[in-house]
Write a protein that binds this ligand. Structure first.
Ligand SMILES: [Zn+2]
Length: 166
């Protein structure tokens, strides 16, 4: 990681100075997830063994804050998923790592929404679902409504658990 340190740091600085974006980036650091530039056109990616979010840098200037909030939360959702279920790393190893199965994509969106709530980032479930590809939006909504609404209302903070991840 050291040789990329300087590049990584400058990439951190490219993100908008928005408090919610910065809150998500702080969580990145707490989870010891690095950032690097994506070379896959218009794709953001999380690489589990490198613990790196690959950022499509032009989006930092051209996309809305809502888009950036959702995509960072989604990539951190992948990190949380792989940390919680390390067996998934083996299951996805045979695939090219930007071609994740739909259930893994859905799980990352579910986790991402939980992270937004945990970080007190105001984002309605309706707005969140609108920003997700139709192919998995229904699954994501159903899972959140079925399994996580009670968690979202509880006092337990997910980030308390995350600080132990390293
Ligand atoms: Zn994903």
């Amino acid at each position: 990681m050291a040789p990329n340190g300087a590049i990584g740091r400058s990439l951190w600085d490219q993100f908008p100075r928005n408090r919610y974006i910065q809150r998500l980036l702080q969580l990145c650091k707490r989870m010891q997830v690095c950032l690097d530039r994506s070379e896959v056109y218009r794709q953001w990616l999380y690489h589990p063994t490198q613990r790196t979010i690959y950022v499509w840098e032009p989006d930092l200037k051209s996309e809305s804050l809502s888009f950036l909030v959702v995509i960072i939360a989604h990539e951190l959702g992948h990190a949380l998923d792989f940390d919680t279920h390390p067996e998934l790393i083996d299951q996805t190893r045979e695939r090219r790592w930007w071609e994740m199965p739909l259930e893994i994509e859905a799980a990352a969106f579910v986790n991402g929404f939980r992270l937004l709530k945990d970080l007190h980032i105001p984002f309605s479930l309706d707005h969140y679902i609108e920003m997700i590809d139709e192919s998995i939006a229904v699954t994501v909504r159903d899972t959140i409504e079925r399994e996580h609404l009670c968690c979202l209302l509880s006092k337990r903070r997910l980030s308390d658990a995350l600080t132990c991840v390293s």
